[in-house]
Write a protein that binds this ligand. Structure first.
Ligand SMILES: [Zn+2]
Length: 487
């Protein structure tokens, strides 16, 4: 199985995954097919945008009729779907009910026998917040089973990362699973976190795994099927998702949107133009779970396409900022993601499209961090003017020729040489005229960083600023190292 990355933005990527049953483009979402309870026929799934499906080999294995059909006809013929299919192993049942009646080796061989495109070993998904001993011993057992699975079969396989909410265990798990070597790396045991809107913890877990997983294979976020979370998860480098949510939510009368989950019975209007919402009435949808299911699928794939388009345009961060402002806990998740700006910076392309400042999380973007890191690269001498005023510098400053270097200011980046005015990111950044305190703080910290980087050289800094625009406590600190003039 090959995975070719064709586009990157922050830690997200668009990739081509070549399987035995065809090539798919990631990021993508795999609708979960319950083989004994199909609300929507698998063959219909392409209509919504599905390129690959996931089904549960354990359910098939346990049901005599299904098992016989799957062995005789093969999984693809049984589901009437020619594209790639991934099979889960019963780990979910193990997670939900604490026990399964199958061994790891049996379920691996069974998945191979029915012709899956990607098998999953019977790992132990550990819930969040268990005690460390439990998480550690589960992980040990999972790793043992993953090694066993690799010994038994050489079909393409997914190696799940476990470790509960212990980030050091997640890191260890990712490193060890990566060393064993799999075609796909799912991050497991996170559904309870998403159900509880614990997006900050989710971000920590994804980042911890990504730090240690091989970069040349897709990462699958197990059980993430709500469109609200796609952008944030793709931003952090997740490539695959699976959704039982479209059906589970429909069953409970829930109407998915990209911002939130609505109770369909409480809606007065249909806020969507998918083929279902534009051809049926709200009453029809309220009374028909299949229609609700279909709407949920349409909105799910629509969001994934939007995430991909943003990734391609290089403005995935902006999309995620807009999405994460739809719920305070998602916003917490984005704040937490900014903690990993240094990790993101190592992945993020050096140049891309317009940088839109959309609030204080923009001041913590990898591009801003990269700019701060590079402030020591300017070769300065003599008198340096940093002009933080309104209007053209030439009109505001007398004797402009008396300076050896002229820097202008742009929040959140801070000082930049006049010559870099047109280059990325300064030249392509747009920020509100009235800056928020965080943008000012980051920009002024960068003034101090520039001064500090030149402390050992014979450089004299003159900081001329507009007092209304740059009203900030850091101005006083700058005054200790530079001549400051308000005008
Ligand atoms: Zn709709």
């Amino acid at each position: 199985m090959e995975f070719e990355i064709i586009r990157k933005d922050v830690m997200g990527r668009i990739g081509k995954l070549k399987t035995t049953s065809g090539t798919i483009e990631t990021p993508t979402i795999l609708p979960v097919i319950n083989p004994s309870l199909m609300t929507i026929e698998p063959a219909e799934m392409a209509k919504y945008g599905a390129e690959m499906l996931i089904t549960n080999s354990y359910i098939i294995y346990r049901n005599d009729g299904l098992r016989k059909r799957a062995i005789d006809e093969g999984l693809h013929a049984m589901l009437n779907w020619n594209g790639p299919i991934m099979t889960d192993s019963g780990s979910y049942q193990l997670f939900e009910y604490g026990d399964v009646e199958v061994k790891n080796s049996e379920i691996i061989r069974f998945q191979e026998q029915i012709g899956t495109d990607i098998a999953v070993p019977l790992d132990l998904p550990t819930p969040p917040d268990v005690d460390f001993e439990r998480a550690e011993s589960d992980l040990k057992e999972t790793l043992k089973r993953l090694e066993e699975a690799r010994m038994i079969s050489d079909i393409p396989m997914a190696g799940p990362v476990q470790g509960s909410t212990f980030l050091d265990l997640r890191e260890e798990s990712a490193a060890k699973v990566g060393k064993i070597g799999f075609e796909i790396y799912p991050i497991g045991g996170v559904v309870p976190l998403m159900e509880a809107y614990r997006y900050s913890d989710l971000v920590d877990i994804i980042a911890s795994a990504k730090k240690f997983l091989p970069q040349n294979a897709p990462v699958h976020l197990f059980g993430a099927g709500h469109p609200m979370v796609f952008g944030l998860a793709v931003l952090l480098g997740c490539d695959m998702f699976d959704s039982a949510a479209y059906a589970i939510y429909a069953k409970k009368g829930r109407y998915l949107t990209r911002y939130k989950t609505c109770r369909v019975n409480e809606l007065q209007y249909l806020p969507c133009s998918c083929p279902i919402c534009s051809s049926y009435s709200l009453e029809d949808i309220k009374n028909n779970k299949t229609l609700l299911c279909e709407h949920n699928l349409y909105v799910t794939f629509e969001e994934m396409r939007l995430v991909k388009q943003s990734l391609k345009e290089g403005n995935l961060w902006e999309l995620v900022e807009r999405r994460c402002r739809s719920h305070p806990y998602l916003l917490s998740g984005l704040f937490r993601a900014t903690k990993y700006a240094r990790l993101m910076e190592t992945y993020d392309p050096a140049t891309k499209s317009t940088f839109f400042y959309l609030g204080e999380t923009s001041a913590r973007r990898p591009e801003v961090l990269r700019y701060s890191d590079r402030l020591n690269r300017f070769d300065l001498c003599g008198k340096v003017l940093i002009f933080a005023g309104k209007g053209k510098v030439k009109k505001c400053i007398d004797h402009i020729d008396g300076y050896d270097h002229i820097f202008l200011m742009k929040a959140p980046f801070g000082p930049y040489p006049i010559g870099l005015k047109e280059t990325y990111p300064i030249g392509q950044s747009e920020a509100p005229k009235d800056m928020d305190p965080v943008a000012k703080t980051v920009a002024l910290e960068n003034v101090l960083r520039l001064i500090e980087a030149n402390r050992d050289f014979d450089v004299e800094f003159i900081f001329v600023y507009d007092g209304d625009l740059w009203d900030h406590p850091l101005i006083e600190k700058i005054g200790r190292f530079a001549t400051t003039t308000e005008y």
